[in-house]
Design a protein around this ligand. Structure first.
Ligand code: TRP
Length: 336
């Protein structure tokens, strides 16, 4: 192998992380850090592309996201956590990549297209937002990342990364960057508590890793079940029932869940009883995470210190990469 496998992943710090993040990507990172060199990027620059008027929101969430990482067991001795904006080489590489992509291609990117529609930008879309996949290619390649765990919706971004990698390598006649392989989570996507397919802070249907036991209970009690299951004795539906979807993922006692499903289908099992079980299951899962989170939260200075150490390590790698880039692009003026 010419390149070592390196994992690059990250999150936009627009809010604390929730159970959907956990199931979709965080759990996976705890395993990946045992097998690979893993970089975890707090994507503040990318978060600003649609929050540039509210930098304070991004600023506040840096610590929240870092606390979530540490609380779930991301180990800074194994994973390198860094802040995107502190690696100016990423912005530099983005500028060089921009020569290899047309505006038409950026507008066709299915991920970006969907987001532009969702946000209603239309022709008002900013250049910064439109080109975020190029910046993401730079995120990945600045550390020569070859494995990128992402949700399925991000696949077109990885494809675009590889178009840039190939074009760059071909044009400058050197294998500077490896192509990136997406690692798609095998876990089913976690629905929101309202039954919408996706859990998200902006949809207001999320259970956060930092929610208190009472908040979890309150949210589970609101959870979407089967709208036709009005009386306890009525037969209920499992399909689309969020409580069962969560039990399937978080309840270790699969036989018990199976028995509950049968009982629910037959009728005679009330939503409240079912929800009480889920509250227990979720709080048992979240309690050790909460304890660790609170522990780290008592010393925010130490947490920022962890981020600064990870960032410093990444800066070193980024500088080496850019030296190579400058060399193949005949931009290495000072070393001649
Ligand atoms: N776009 C990702 C998200 O919204 C975050 C991200 C930024 C990322 N750069 C990345 C993920 C590079 C993987 C690789 O969650």
């Amino acid at each position: 192998m010419k390149f070592d496998e390196i994992v690059l992943t990250g999150d936009r710090p627009t809010g604390p992380l929730h159970l959907g993040h956990y199931v979709g990507s965080l759990a996976n990172r705890i395993e990946l850090q045992e097998r690979y060199k893993q970089y975890i990027m707090i994507a503040d620059v990318q978060a600003l592309t649609d929050n540039y008027e509210h930098p304070e929101k991004i600023r506040q969430n840096i610590l929240q996201v870092a606390l979530d990482y540490l609380a779930i067991g991301i180990d800074p001795a194994k994973s390198t956590i860094f802040i995107q904006s502190m690696i100016p080489e990423i912005a530099e590489l983005t500028v060089f990549y921009l020569n290899f992509v047309t505006i038409a291609r950026l507008k066709r990117n299915p991920t970006v297209k969907t987001e532009i529609d969702q946000k209603g930008y239309g022709e008002q879309v900013t250049a910064g937002f439109l080109m975020y996949p190029v910046s993401q290619a730079a995120d990945i390649t600045i550390v020569k990342g070859s494995l990128v765990p992402v949700g399925e919706d991000q696949l077109p971004v990885i494809e675009q990364t590889n178009e840039l990698v190939r074009a760059f390598n071909r044009t400058y006649g050197a294998e500077v960057f490896p192509e990136a392989k997406a690692i798609i989570s095998q876990a089913p996507r976690l629905a929101g508590i309202d039954g919408k397919a996706k859990m998200s802070k902006s949809l207001n249907n999320a259970i956060f890793l930092c929610d208190s036991a009472d908040e979890v209970a309150r949210k589970v009690m609101q959870m979407y079940t089967d709208p036709d299951h009005l009386r306890v004795e009525d037969p209920g539906k499992i399909e689309g029932n969020v409580v069962f979807a969560y039990l399937d993922i978080f309840d270790a006692d699969k036989d018990a869940v199976q028995a509950l499903k049968e009982h629910y289908r037959r009728g005679g099992l009330g939503d409240v009883k079912l929800k009480r079980r889920l509250i227990d299951v979720l709080n048992t899962f979240l309690e050790p995470i909460r304890v660790r989170r609170n522990l780290f939260a008592q010393d925010p200075h130490a947490v920022m210190e962890i981020l600064m150490r990870g960032t410093a390590a990444t800066q070193e790698v980024a500088r080496a990469t850019m030296q190579q880039v400058r060399s193949v692009m005949h931009l290495d003026y000072s070393s001649r």
